[in-house]
Design a protein around this ligand. Structure first.
Ligand SMILES: [Zn+2]
Length: 119
C-alpha cells in the first residue's frame, strides 16, 4: 500500500474516532476535563498523548463504543507500523473497497466469511 493511501485511511480513522468521542462526551465538560487533566499537548496526530487521552476516555465509555475505539486505535497503530491493510489471518491484502467502508477491519473478506461460517 502506498503512503498516500495509508494517509487517506489514517484520516478516515481519526475522523471516525473524533465522531465517536464527540458523541460520547457531547463535546462538552467530560471531554474538556479529560483533556485538561491529561496533557496540554493534545492534537490530531497519532502520538502517545492522544493514545493516553483515548484510554482515559475509554473508562467512561459504554462497551460498544469502547470496542469501536479500540479497533480504531489498533488500526492507527498498524498504520504507524506499516502493517495496515494486511489480513491478520491469511496475510493477503485486504480489498480497498472493504477498507474504505470499514477502515479498522483486520480480516480480508474471505477470512471474514470463514469466521462468520464458523459461528
Ligand atoms: Zn484473510
Amino acid at each position: 500500500m502506498t503512503k498516500e493511501k495509508m494517509d487517506y485511511y489514517k484520516e478516515l480513522l481519526i475522523k471516525e474516532r473524533q465522531e465517536i468521542m464527540q458523541e460520547l462526551t457531547n463535546g462538552e465538560e467530560t471531554a474538556r476535563d479529560l483533556f485538561e487533566t491529561d496533557s496540554s499537548n493534545v492534537n490530531d496526530s497519532v502520538d502517545d498523548a492522544s493514545f493516553t487521552v483515548a484510554h482515559n476516555i475509554l473508562s467512561v465509555l459504554n462497551k460498544k463504543s469502547q470496542q469501536s475505539l479500540l479497533s480504531i486505535e489498533s488500526a492507527l497503530r498498524r498504520i504507524e507500523e506499516g502493517t495496515f491493510g494486511t489480513c491478520v489471518s491469511c496475510g493477503n491484502e485486504i480489498n480497498e473497497n472493504r477498507l474504505t467502508s470499514i477502515p479498522w477491519t483486520t480480516l480480508c473478506i474471505d477470512c471474514k466469511n470463514e469466521a462468520e461460517k464458523r459461528k
